[in-house]
Ligand binder design. Structure first.
Ligand code: BTN
Length: 262
């Protein structure tokens, strides 16, 4: 289907809005690739910290828990950010929460959307998924070598054929107008850099901003992992980004799983 929203990405418009020192300063766009995450993890051609690779189309986009990430060509934003500097100091869980926050703030500031964050890595609007994030890493020996944060954002796509774990939506569906992908990507990267700096200085501020947007806090939830389900009240997230679940037996710390309202 030919749609007028399909437009190649304009680098000049993007750079005009980009206001970072590191993230996105090396920017690579490819027409088609298996997965931007897989590519950055395996390549030795791009080593600059903060490199961003954007794909117009992914043939094997991947999501959490070995799900696939399907995204229409040239309508959306599917990109990955490479981090390879000072990784021993990084808390990976907080990076995921901070990355989701960067997207939420961009959608709020540019399009006044009422955004909800779902632990650990989903961005929702009206309970529908507008963005998913997948953080992957590689190691050399026992040392973390690369972190790759992949973002799949539904921007100008409005039809989502197929079956989804969470019903999808897009910026265009919610904002009721076609949006400029260049401006949105620059805004997300600007926020991301600011949040990464804040995570080093005052991580509690980032956590509080994340908590403010998590509508499941205080609710009865189910956390499923590997076919096992835990039930309880979503009491809080701790300073490491783990869920504190209140159960009749006491407070449990949960590191992994799919959360849903009970
Ligand atoms: C999820 O919600 O399960 C995470 C989806 C992450 C998708 C993005 S698209 C860009 C990057 N490359 C991938 O193969 N996956 C991530």
């Amino acid at each position: 289907m030919k749609t007028i929203d399909k437009k190649s990405f304009n680098h000049e418009d993007f750079y005009l809005k980009l206001d970072t020192d590191v993230i996105g300063r090396n920017f690579v766009e490819v027409d088609e690739i298996d997965s931007t995450n897989a590519f950055l993890l395996k390549t030795n051609d791009y080593n600059q910290n903060g490199t961003v690779i954007l794909a117009d189309y992914q043939t094997a986009g991947r999501g959490r828990r070995e799900r696939e990430w399907i995204s229409a060509k040239e309508l959306n934003l599917t990109f990955s950010v490479l981090l390879n500097n000072n990784l021993d100091k990084v808390n990976v869980n907080l990076l995921i929460l901070g990355s989701a926050l960067a997207v939420a703030q961009a959608l709020e500031n540019l399009y006044q959307l009422n955004v909800e964050l779902k632990w650990p890595n989903d961005v929702l609007v009206k309970r529908k998924k507008i963005c998913g994030i997948l953080l992957e890493s590689s190691a050399k020996g026992s040392k973390l070598d690369k972190l790759v944060i992949g973002f799949g954002i539904n921007v100008n796509q409005v039809n989502f054929p197929g079956k989804y774990n969470i019903t999808p939506t897009s910026v265009k569906s919610e904002f009721k107008s076609t949006v400029e992908r260049e401006r949105l990507l620059a805004e997300i990267l600007n926020n991301l850099e600011a949040i990464f700096i804040e995570l080093v200085k005052t991580p509690e501020k980032v956590l509080d901003a994340w908590r403010d947007r998590c509508k499941m806090l205080g609710e009865k939830i189910k956390i499923e992992d590997d076919g096992k389900a835990r039930f309880g009240i979503f009491d809080n997230i701790d300073q490491n980004g783990f869920i504190l679940l209140k159960t009749p037996e006491g407070r449990e710390k949960v590191h992994i799983g799919d959360v849903s309202i009970r």
